[in-house]
Design a protein around this ligand. Sequence first.
Ligand code: EPU
Length: 346
Amino acid sequence: MAPAGFTLTEGASLLHRNTLRVDARAAWLAEIHRAAAIPALLADPALRGKPPLLLGEGSNVLFADDFDGLIVTMKTRGVEVLSEEADAVRIRVAAGEHWDDLVRWTLAHGFPGLENLILIPGSVGAAPMQNIGAYGVEAGERIESVDAFDLRVHREVRFDNGQCEFGYRDSVFKRHPDRWLITAVTLRLPRTDAPRVEYAGLREELERMGVTNPAPIHVADAVVNLRTRKLPDPAMIGNAGSFFKNPVVTASRVARLRGEYPQLPCWRTDGGSKLSAAWLIETCGFKGLRYGDAGISNRHALVLVNHGHASGAELWALAQRVRQGVRERFDIGLEPEPRIIGGGSA
Ligand code: EPU
């Protein structure tokens, strides 16, 4: 490990630092191995005035351009059980841990609560950022607090759950990108909750497996089955999971759309009616579409894929085309789920 607690590289390749496998470059890249080293890194004269960009394992980012600033990545490791109470277990996890390793660790230790979130790529520090979620559970439901370093005023800060302002693929960290470098996440895993199986696809998979009274491990197995079947593996083909958020619209909007598309998939949520972006994209005929090496997965219409050497600009151009097609046909604007760097963004 670097004695300074961090390593600094000038002109770093990002090819193996983003799961879309875009061959972009960063002017500077810092990897932090000890959270206590953050102030020393920020004091480095070479970095003065360089805008920071906080990156986890790059599983939710599209580099549409090179980045002419400082990319900061937490590499810290460690999982600590803070307390085992009658109703909950509290665990503090360093930001650099792999999320999926953490989920498997909790299951192996008999601490349920994260099983629906198995196999999600990325780091623990990135989980609160976009409030990762799958199969009926969001990370924000399990997060007690988030420790971060405020890059604006250079001090440590702790956010309790409410201060994280979690929403659907959203948080205070996402709305103020690059301000708070997340250093650790404290989870509170309830001992009492029955496994959450309300997500229709999950229930069907458990039935298919012949499981009638599911334990957390069965839910984990079912989610692994679903994800492996439906989502392309980033180790095999470049992708960043869902590329667009599922749009939330009003009930009257749904009623009008249903007139023309009776089979329109739709779920009620607190904020309105959530539509399936994958269905909208597939209905436009974009599933499996390919321009050069940039494509839409033929397994899942919500996943943008890099078949080989697509540039970030090519992938972003294809995403814009898909957006435009959905807007023209349904008058619905799709919002990208991953962070877009450069390329005129938004
Ligand atoms: N569908 C299609 N075509 C497709 C795929 C799906 O029409 O090619 C329709 C089907 O009607 C299906 C419905 O979309 O029933 C929902 O599909 P799925 O269960 O795969 O979920 P999703 O809404 O497309 C969301 C998350 C995923 C998460 C799953 C499971 C978002 C943006 N995506 O996808 O998260 O794994 O639910 O909970 O909310 C991610 O964020 O990267 C991600 C993969």
